[in-house]
Design a protein around this ligand. Structure first.
Ligand code: ADP
Length: 289
């Protein structure tokens, strides 16, 4: 865990879209939440539960309607000047769904440099790091001078991600970053974020619909329901409460479902386990009794 990793705190935060209009919508309702520094936190919740709105506060893209948000040593509220939160754009790297849709450069290098230059970084310095960045996101060196639009969708996404990582963010917000990829590409991309997280001691938040991912990668899980966090804890704890998850419209991870079925068949497996391998060991031990 990085000693200087950034903690994120929401204090009584509410957010209303289009206040005072017929389309007024309260998307966050009195949120109190701490995302611990150095943790890999996953956020799950049904569509419309406020996950994206919550995340857009972390880099100051949205200012709370009520309450206060703190990211590291920057605290802001409704009346904070936008100029004051601007440095957060660099500190907090955001990867949204389909980031490749933002590419526009005539070469891969140009696209990777765009974000860092926007953030006032020295283009020559970042340019020297391009080989390392391409390696990091698993792209061959020879794509550097070619058009990003000749690459596959998965490779284009890696170019966009290299541009985010190039700014050396201290916080990484990943909002369904693997959407639309095949299972192998999906896993490879999340593994890449996990190793980047560990090697650089970041605070990482992954918003996902995929309960298996939420289970696999998280130090801590936050479940959002109707504009506020309704469950928070280690994945083993949060995912044991299958009735609660179902009442919130969420799927129960396969490992938990299978364990419950086995228990109903009289094979008592109480341990919490996360992977197919751990489950197989538990079944074998139990079966041998
Ligand atoms: P999630 O990411 O969990 O799907 P969102 O944060 O996108 O949830 O949305 C929370 C609520 O706010 C939803 O009811 C959604 O319709 C509404 N909402 C989101 N974005 C906007 C917007 N730009 N304008 C108005 N309402 C919005």
């Amino acid at each position: 865990m990085g000693e200087d990793a950034v903690q994120i705190t929401f204090n009584n935060v509410s957010y209303t879209y289009m206040p005072g209009s017929p389309f007024e919508k309260k998307a966050l309702e009195d949120v109190n939440l701490t995302i611990r520094s150095g943790n890999f936190t996953t956020i799950v919740g049904s569509t419309g539960s406020g996950k994206s709105t919550l995340m857009q506060h972390v880099n100051g893209l949205l200012l709370p309607t009520e309450g206060e948000v703190t990211v590291g040593n920057t605290s802001f509220h409704r009346k904070t000047k936008r100029k004051f939160v601007k440095p957060l754009r660099r500190k907090v790297g955001m990867v949204f769904q389909y980031p490749e849709h933002q590419l526009f450069g005539s070469t891969v290098e140009e696209d990777i440099l765009f974000g860092p230059i926007q953030h006032g970084m020295d283009a020559d310095e970042v340019s020297k790091r391009i080989p390392e960045l391409l390696d990091l996101v698993g792209l061959p060196q020879d794509v550097r001078d070619g058009s990003p639009f000749q690459l596959s969708g998965g490779q284009m996404r890696r170019v966009a991600i290299a541009g985010v990582l190039a700014t050396r963010p201290e916080v990484l917000i990943l909002d369904e970053p693997a959407a639309g990829l095949d299972p192998a590409g999906h896993r490879a991309l999340l593994d890449l974020f996990q190793s980047w997280h560990k090697e650089n001691g970041l605070t990482t938040v992954l918003v996902t619909h995929d309960m298996e991912d939420a289970f696999r990668y998280a130090d801590e899980v936050v479940v959002m329901g109707d504009g506020r966090p309704v469950l928070q804890g280690e994945p083993e704890q949060v995912f044991q409460d299958s009735d609660r998850l179902q009442s919130l419209g969420l799927a129960v991870p396969a490992a938990v479902r299978i364990r419950e079925k086995l228990n109903r068949c009289g094979l008592s497996i109480d341990e919490s386990f996360l992977s197919a391998k751990q489950m197989a060991t538990a079944i074998r031990n139990e079966g041998g009794k």
